[in-house]
Ligand binder design. Structure first.
Ligand SMILES: [Cu+2]
Length: 122
């Protein structure tokens, strides 16, 4: 008799628990699966760096740029890598092959070009 009543009540308890989980899940997974793309984080940049490099590629939507950048002492060795671009207008006068001087910010681990301009030839 006791077993039967347990079986009667547990589905309701389970359903409640499940509904709670389902309601909570989307918010959790959304915040976790955004290493890149999506809205620009509004948090203040934790750090900004200025360096120079050569433009290797520009994203179709001008929302990213690949730059072979110089050594950034204490932060990164020289390498070719992609940066996100907060405002596509920043890339209006930038093209592949350009030598550029640029400043980027580190926002929660995502790197955003904040300003970019042609660099004087060395
Ligand atoms: Cu790098």
């Amino acid at each position: 008799m006791r077993v039967i009543s347990l079986h009667r009540t547990s589905p309701a308890v389970l359903a409640t628990a499940l509904a709670t989980l389902l309601a909570a899940a989307p918010a959790c997974s959304r915040s976790q699966e955004q290493p890149s793309g999506g809205a620009v984080p509004t948090a203040a940049p934790s750090a900004t760096y200025t360096t120079r490099g050569k433009v290797r590629a520009i994203g179709e939507k001008k929302d990213n740029i690949t730059i072979a950048h110089e050594d950034i002492p204490g932060y990164m060795k020289a390498m070719s890598m992609m940066f996100e671009v907060a405002k596509p207008e920043l890339l209006r006068d930038v093209k592949v092959g350009d030598e550029v001087s640029f400043t980027f910010s580190d926002r929660d681990g995502r790197l955003f070009v904040e300003s970019i301009s042609a660099a004087a030839p060395k």
